[in-house]
Design a protein around this ligand. Structure first.
Ligand code: SAM
Length: 262
């Protein structure tokens, strides 16, 4: 920040961010200032933000559960509401347990569970090679494994029927609703990270129906959903034989369905 010697420069950056519609302009200006090494770099970063790039893609990291998670351009930015999934997951798992993070994106969920619990055996998968590379950077730090492929397909056979917990924040936006998402995310996160099919639940259905091959007896599966979809997510769980409950966090507006394998 030493390179900025005029208070007016900071004010004009905040002003530009506000005019571009950034709700947290002051906070974002401070983040950009602390990340940039030169004035020229700072102005380039501000230009990108004004054009609508998510702040996390500009910084190259996101804060999730108080942890700095690397975020590559185009990779889904972990949302604050998903911290509730981590909280509930940490309640269901024990140290040394086997955890599978499906549709892992940057790997934020698995990393945060590991941090909360102390030590887990983490296996994560994602279909997007860019997300997998990004997750590798985050997850290798905690000695987890990251695989590229469709849901459970790339997981090693040795963990079949031994998994203590599956967590998934799979895409759950109905295809037709993608156009209503905030522009920052709609334009800069990959479509495959958002699109949950006609009713938004097509990937969740597969996550739940294919889980019994992997879960140990008494194992848990936790899936993030939305207010509108929660009853249908619950239905998917019960149809697949899980004893099921819904957890809700009003502050984060977060809905998690938790199933336990009998
Ligand atoms: C909503 S994002 C969530 C990412 C991460 N779990 C988080 O909360 O930050 C969904 C992720 O699912 C991945 N994905 C979509 N379809 C998939 C599939 N069939 N198998 C594996 N991953 C998939 C996308 O690439 C994307 O990274």
């Amino acid at each position: 920040m030493g390179y900025i010697n005029k208070q007016g420069t900071i004010k004009s950056i905040i002003q530009r961010l506000k005019m571009a519609g950034c709700v947290f302009a002051e906070e974002e200006a401070q983040l950009l200032i602390s990340e940039a090494e030169t004035l020229d770099e700072l102005f380039k970063m501000v230009d990108k933000r004004v054009l609508g790039l998510p702040i996390e893609h500009i910084l190259g990291w996101a804060d999730f559960c108080g942890i700095r998670i690397d975020i590559a351009t185009g990779v889904f930015v972990p949302r604050r509401r998903t911290e509730f999934l981590v909280e509930k997951a940490a309640d269901c798992i024990f140290q040394g347990g086997i955890v599978v993070d499906l549709c892992c994106g940057s790997g934020a969920i698995g990393v945060a569970i590991a941090k909360a619990v102390g030590c887990i055996n983490l296996y994560a998968t994602d279909i997007d090679p860019i997300a997998v590379q990004c997750a590798q950077r985050n997850i290798l730090k905690i000695n987890g494994q990251v695989y590229e492929g469709d849901l459970y397909n790339p997981l090693p056979v040795k963990i079949r029927r031994r998994v203590d917990m599956i967590v998934a924040n799979a895409p759950y936006v109905p295809t037709e609703s993608i156009k209503f998402l905030p522009q920052d995310f709609r334009n800069h996160e990959s479509r495959i990270a958002l699109d949950g099919g006609d009713d938004g639940l097509s990937i969740q259905r597969r996550v739940v129906s294919e889980s019994s091959v992997w879960l140990a007896q008494g194992g848990h599966i936790l899936v993030e959903t939305s207010k509108l979809q929660a009853h249908r997510t619950i239905e998917i769980f019960t149809q697949n034989g899980f004893s099921t409950r819904l957890e809700y966090n009003a502050e984060l507006d977060a809905y998690i369905v938790i199933g336990e394998k009998a």
